[in-house]
Design a protein around this ligand. Structure first.
Ligand code: ADP
Length: 158
């Protein structure tokens, strides 16, 4: 059986923290599906198409990575993709409390899907998409917070 993990998130935008989690998890899996959630309730800065493009640009040529959108429950998406694992990153105790509830509830709904958490690298602990978005909206330079392959202005156009 292939070891397939889904890395779900908003990725608005995809940051160096997300990139590091994916790179560190790559040796553990046969495939990682980076799944951009379509969440109508969240106000996004980058369109879903542009988020898919920016992530694909970061991992261009990496055969073990698929980048796709999804809607609905993550566990249902895992079943559809025959993925046995959900990958999540942990930065702080606030992340932990949220992820703990989410992980437990996902496990109750789909016991065959394991959630795997990686602790963020210390240098990426403060990196947060919400703050990165705020920097961009206020005209600041957020390039150090996103992977080198992402030229922010390229993905802002609608
Ligand atoms: P969500 O809306 O699902 O929280 P995010 O795009 O904010 O989506 O995050 C997706 C995943 O990446 C989550 O598990 C989150 O904890 C993790 N993550 C976010 N930022 C970082 C970071 N700087 N380092 C490590 N993991 C991170």
């Amino acid at each position: 059986m292939k070891k397939i993990a889904v890395f779900p998130g908003s990725f608005d935008p995809f940051t160096v923290g997300h990139e590091a989690i994916v790179k560190r998890a790559l040796p553990l899996f046969d495939m990682i599906i980076i799944a951009v959630g379509e969440n109508a309730e969240k106000k996004n800065l980058f369109t879903i198409e542009n988020r898919l493009r920016m992530i694909s640009d970061v991992f261009m040529g990496e055969e073990k990575i698929e980048v796709t959108r999804f809607s609905g429950l993550t566990v249902n998406f895992c079943r559809e993709k025959k993925a046995g694992y959900i990958l999540r990153g942990l930065r702080t105790s606030a992340d932990f409390e949220y992820e703990r509830a989410l992980g437990h509830m996902n496990r109750m709904m789909a016991p065959e899907v394991e959630t795997l958490f990686l602790l963020t690298g210390t240098e990426h602990t403060p990196v947060n998409s919400t703050i990165v978005r705020d920097i961009i909206i206020k005209g600041g330079d957020a390039s150090i917070f996103v992977p080198k392959a992402i030229k922010i202005s390229k993905y802002l156009s609608k």
